[in-house]
Design a protein around this ligand. Structure first.
Ligand SMILES: [Zn+2]
Length: 83
């Protein structure tokens, strides 16, 4: 696996992604626009991350459950338009 920023192969081991806030259940989420008026907004939790040991880039990863969920729904997801 290589760093997507500098190309280094010196990435850290996979670590648990943690938000340093007061609330124990805070999570980093990847969210997409709603697929329809009555549909929930597709949201996937990023639970893990690696850091590049050379440039410091931070690469979040979905949990295996969230990855499978995203893969199953990927064809119906659309880009955020107001980014
Ligand atoms: Zn890097």
């Amino acid at each position: 696996m290589r760093c997507s920023v500098c190309g280094s192969e010196r990435l850290s081991p996979l670590g648990e992604l943690h938000l340093a806030t007061q609330r124990w259940n805070d999570r980093i989420q990847l969210r997409f626009p709603r697929g329809g008026f009555f549909k929930a907004r597709p949201t996937y939790e990023a639970s893990f991350a690696r850091a590049c040991r050379d440039c410091g880039a931070f690469l979040p990863f979905l949990s295996e459950y969230a990855r499978r969920q995203l893969d199953a729904e990927a064809d119906s997801l659309t880009d955020i338009t107001d980014a």
